[in-house]
Design a protein around this ligand. Sequence first.
Ligand SMILES: [Fe+2]
Ligand SMILES: [Fe+2]
Length: 276
Amino acid sequence: MSQKNDLIFKDNNYRDYTDVKEAVKDHYKKMRTNQTYDYVKRMKKKYLTFDKPMMLWDAMEKLDALVDVSDPDLDLPNVQHLIQSAQAIRKDGREDWMQLVGLIHDLGKVMYLWGSDEDGTSQDEQWGLVGDIFVVGCKFPDTCTYPEFNALNPDMQNPKYNTELGVYQPNCGLDNLHLAWGHDEYLYQVLKNHKDNKIPEAGMVMLRYHSFYPWHTKGSYEHLLSPKDAEYKAIINDFNTYDLYTKCERITPLEEIKDYYLPIAEKYLGKGPIYW
Ligand SMILES: [Fe+2]
Ligand SMILES: [Fe+2]
């Protein structure tokens, strides 16, 4: 651990998967095995119903009860990670909407409230909720976390899905791909459907693609990208610093930051409930 200002940070070895808890590895094994093209399409149909009203701050409080099983760096309730990301963005004097995006970027994990073990969207089974994501419907690259699990996915035996292009057209662009199902796509779609949403496009990109490590950090999927995706990558790289390098052990109660962030949330998302 190293001291930086008044916070205690981990030393520089984030996202090191060589000596992690068995639960992290097991999580990725299940995720890679079960996230098929059909599964993702089924989950979109099942969860993108936008019929469950919940206030933003209530959703934040629900994440106080969830620990992300896929994160090798942090064992705190997920809401602490959100607070740390937001506070780092705020400290750097960045735009208020980006501070808000830091605060809510993992909020799609509230899916666990109505999720199931069977779908991998529950407190106990999180393989349809969290973790680095990848494209379904085409060959999984070796840049996935634990690539040795790629072969376990039934799609990788199916000639419809196991080629470089799979079901996609060359250079069709990120927005036309189906990514592994989880909290990123869920929150993006929920807010896209939210009538009071005024978060700028860059913020929506951060919400949607922040877990897509094989693309944004490892450089895979070149053949599927469109020119617009270079802009997306710059946006994500900017955000990723705050998502990854702000993890520390200090606990800040959610209540303590409410007076500052709630008015920003209301500016960009209105005062009414969000439909999940
Ligand atoms: Fe996330
Ligand atoms: Fe995060």
